[in-house]
Design a protein around this ligand. Structure first.
Ligand SMILES: *Cc1c(COP(=O)(O)O)cnc(C)c1O
Length: 387
């Protein structure tokens, strides 16, 4: 057994990030300023996004992108049950009604045919989630959206560096929302970005992110600026700080290297678990893509075992292997059980995955030997708990 605990994820922070943060701390300017602007430009050139708005989190990005749609009571937004609460919570916080469409087995991405079946005259938007960093079937989703004249907001929290048919997520001519939370593929501590091709939407989100103020503070304090400002709408406090962007600048430089490491580790898992019948490995989408491997999320075939998934995770922890849960299906959480009232059996694929899924350790600082330790521990738990 492994002697030290292997966590499910730790961020990769180097001297470049540390020195850049220290540089901000010593500079006299720590909140939104020139480094946020540089990070925004670097992000646009990496993703190919025409416009980008740096924010405090992806949750803030989802909130503002949804508010920009100006939903009326009763307006519906279709999303996946296999996501973090923020996706669905922000639909509610923007005045919309969440509608869940089931996922595809294997990739766990939202199923376009299930979206189609959920469209009503009240549908205003679709929020696909590029689960684990694999792109959703965007041609199919854009076709449905165009047919019904509705918006698409991509939840790209897992998908910085993901490519769909040769294009980076962020450049698909829609709106995409990225996260830089510490477990995501790059981190700014907390942070997020909205990428869009729609200039008006970018401007609106920029205004809403900082009190509805018509000029950013750092410009007001520049030598040529005036301290006067105007509030043009009732906004939020969702701006990103220079301290955060200082991290992001160097993380973005390292992203392709991080993804390379993630791919290598994921391949070790894929090859090893192909021979373990109790583990169902994630399947790859059939169209050209680059998987960013934000997560490695197999399903445990609990019907072959005497323990459930939660116990399986406890057993792995006892063997010094950390795990994550991405995700317990949204409609299984008590608040959403009570408010969405999804009839039993309406989302069978998500129900099945929710009871069986777990996230194994996957982060760039892991070694191939660490991955082999995980495989050995998984096999050991299975051998000790076969039905
Ligand atoms: C992490 C995550 C979010 C929220 O990101 P924050 O930056 O923490 O607000 C939203 N959606 C999905 C699918 C996520 O995994």
């Amino acid at each position: 057994m492994r002697e030290t605990f292997l966590p499910f994820s730790i961020p990769t922070i180097g001297d470049e990030e540390i020195n850049e943060v220290v540089d901000s701390l010593r500079s006299g300017w720590i909140t939104t300023g020139p480094k946020v602007k540089r990070f925004e430009e670097a992000f646009k050139s990496y993703t190919g996004a025409p416009f980008a708005v740096p924010l405090a989190s992806a949750t803030a990005g989802l909130h503002l992108a949804l508010l920009a749609l100006k939903l009326a009571p009763g307006d519906e937004v279709i999303t996946t049950p296999m996501t973090f609460a923020a996706t669905v919570t922000m639909i509610l916080q923007s005045g919309g009604t969440p509608v869940l469409a089931d996922i595809q087995p294997g990739t766990l991405n939202i199923d376009p045919e299930k979206i189609r079946a959920r469209i009503t005259p009240r549908t205003k938007a679709i929020i696909p989630v590029h689960f684990a960093g694999q792109p959703c079937d965007m041609d199919a989703i854009f076709a449905i959206a165009a047919e019904h004249g509705i918006a698409v907001i991509e939840d790209a929290a897992h998908a910085i560096g993901t490519e769909y048919k040769g294009k980076r997520i962020g450049s698909l001519n829609s709106v995409s929302v990225f996260s830089f939370h510490p477990i995501k593929n790059i981190t700014t501590g907390e942070g997020g970005m909205v990428a869009t091709a729609n200039e008006q939407m970018a401007e609106e989100i920029s205004l809403m992110k900082f009190h509805g103020m018509n000029r950013e503070a750092w410009k007001r304090y520049e030598a040529s600026g005036t301290p006067n400002y105007d509030i043009v709408l009732p906004g939020f406090k969702y701006n990103m700080m220079d301290l955060q962007a200082a991290l992001g600048l160097h993380q973005l430089d390292k992203l392709d290297g991080f993804i390379g490491k993630r791919q290598e580790l994921a391949q070790i898992y894929q090859d090893a678990f192909a021979e373990v019948p109790e583990i169902a490995t994630p399947s790859l989408v059939p169209y050209p893509h680059r998987h960013a491997w934000h997560l490695y999320t197999p399903l445990v075939r609990i019907e072959e075992l005497s323990i459930d998934r939660d116990r399986f995770m406890v057993e792995l922890k006892a063997r010094n292997i950390g795990t994550g849960l991405h995700f317990k299906a949204i409609h299984h959480h008590s608040y959403y059980q009570e408010t969405l009232r999804i009839p039993a059996g309406e989302l069978p694929v998500a129900d099945y995955a929710s009871e069986r899924i777990l996230s194994l350790p996957l982060f760039p600082l892991m070694t191939p030997d660490d991955a082999r330790d995980v495989v050995a521990a998984v096999k050991d738990v299975i051998a000790a708990n076969r039905r």
